[in-house]
Design a protein around this ligand. Structure first.
Ligand SMILES: CC(C)(COP(=O)(O)OP(=O)(O)OC[C@H]1O[C@@H](n2cnc3c(N)ncnc32)[C@H](O)[C@@H]1OP(=O)(O)O)[C@@H](O)C(=O)NCCC(=O)NCCS
Length: 273
């Protein structure tokens, strides 16, 4: 697969830090096509993981997610899909290995983070700075949110409890959950970071009003974004920021075969609590 050379990625170092979000429902890639792409593109580790799933539904989710990762990394860097080397930290966080001499399309390094759940995939890509993403479906069926809520800080639990039971309460809980996961994934800590060690204050509809980070971090280092790419699917993004470069966020929808124009999203500032 060749990669278009003029994909809408703004060069770094020009006062703008490009952040690209790629939202792709599984249904955008037919199962046969996902399997074929994966057989060419995925590395040995990915092929092995894909072979371990008991349920076809889970395998499909994994194949679409990983075909998306490799396609997007190829578009962003110019490294062909099958040639990108992805390594994992001791906590399992994947990173793109920077080739000797740097990435073909400039920028010293590129960070990415993936979330895949309930037939949806979200991939975030940022140049030189860390990014974390999380996507969840509001209607989680049998799986209740109580066991998640008890891991939050007391003030966050109180904020959730003030909402009406049912959807309004679930929405508050999931907004906090996706933000916490996104932040923790950006830092590479996953569930290894205690979720009551950092606190978000959220606006009524969407948006982070304030963020109190864990003791080893500073609020000014991060900005957060909440999106609902399709109704009932909540996603959050944590982006590390460089004061000298304004983050420019673009949201792309669907599997990136072509060069559909992305939506530009404003990334609000977060106030430290
Ligand atoms: C990261 C983690 C929170 C994922 O949670 P989730 O909501 O179930 O899954 P999501 O779909 O949002 O994200 C999964 C993706 O996050 C990425 N990921 C995995 N570990 C990660 C980490 N530590 N930090 C950031 N991202 C991570 C991977 O791309 C993964 O997808 P993949 O396995 O198909 O490549 C969870 O797996 C975790 O806490 N892992 C860390 C485990 C750990 O600390 N292990 C220590 C060594 S045993």
């Amino acid at each position: 697969m060749t990669t278009p050379s003029a994909f809408p990625v703004e060069p770094g170092g020009s006062g703008v830090a490009p952040v690209n979000l790629w939202f792709c429902p599984n249904e955008d890639l037919a199962p046969g096509i996902a399997a074929t792409l994966a057989s060419y593109w995925l590395d040995e580790h990915e092929q092995e993981v894909a072979g371990r799933f008991l349920f076809e539904r889970d395998r499909r989710q994994y194949l679409v997610a990983h075909a998306l990762v490799r396609r997007v990394l190829a578009l962003e860097t110019g490294i062909p899909e099958a040639e990108a080397i992805i390594w994992r930290s001791s906590r399992g966080r994947p990173f793109l290995q920077t080739p000797t001499g740097g990435l073909p399309r400039g920028a010293g390094t590129l960070d990415f983070n993936l979330s895949h759940a309930h037939a949806y995939n979200l991939l975030g890509v940022s140049r030189e700075l860390r990014i974390g993403v999380d996507v969840e479906r509001l209607d989680r069926g049998e799986r209740g949110l109580d066991s998640i809520i008890v891991t939050f800080s007391p003030e966050e639990q109180e904020w959730i409890a003030r909402a009406a039971p049912g959807r309004p309460r679930d929405r508050r809980a999931l907004r906090l959950w996706t933000l916490k996961e996104a932040y923790s994934k950006a830092r590479g800590l996953g569930l290894g970071l205690s979720f009551d060690a950092f606190v978000f204050t959220l606006a009524e509809d969407a948006g982070v009003l304030s963020f109190r980070p864990p003791t080893d971090d500073s609020a000014a280092r991060w900005r957060f974004l909440e999106i609902e790419p399709v109704p009932g699917v909540l996603a959050a993004v944590a982006v590390e920021v460089d004061p000298a470069r304004l983050p420019a966020v673009h949201l792309h929808h669907g599997f990136p075969w072509g060069r559909a124009a992305p939506h530009r999203i404003a990334l609000p500032e977060t106030v430290g609590a």
